[in-house]
Write a protein that binds this ligand. Sequence first.
Ligand code: IMP
Ligand code: MG
Length: 175
Amino acid sequence: MTRPPGQDYISSARIRRRVRELGCSIRKFYKNRPLTIVALLKGSVFFVVDLLRHLEPSTEVEFWTVSSYQGTRSTGRLQGLHACRGNFRGRDVLLIDDILDSGLTLAYTRDHAKKLGARQVEICVLLSKKRKRVRAVTARWVGFHIADRYVIGYGLDMDQRYRALPSIRALPSGV
Ligand code: IMP
Ligand code: MG
């Protein structure tokens, strides 16, 4: 196996501990309210599955496949939203994504979930980059605040590769 690029950034043990904490906090917050999780694919694939292990068994789950990135750059447009559906009337929706970067992905998907009738839309991301957002987005739950570096692993890709790494690695700045 060739060595993956970049350097160790967040270990799988730290991710596991933090995901458990997030799950407990989310479970308490929603207590007896019917919750639908909307996971944004493909990046949140590991995160949402690990998080779900800590949530109420009655939690409903939708998967939306959207993308804005090409290589390591955002294109500024979101593809795939027209096909994203869900029966949200009167329900609380929690959007799950791997990383909050420019804010475009979560701003568009949050607005879309509201249009579909969600009572309330909250956001949970594993990572949040410290940078200026293009769209204002507030995530109620953030796993880790990170520097403005390109990261891979635990679902995060570089041109569709390296999602399968169990931990998160950071590429050198400027990539
Ligand atoms: P935003 O729309 O700019 O906030 O970007 C969010 C999406 O871009 C995320 O769902 C990721 O799929 C992707 N993305 C942003 N930064 C990174 C990164 O450092 N590594 C891998 N994917 C990223
Ligand atoms: Mg993504």
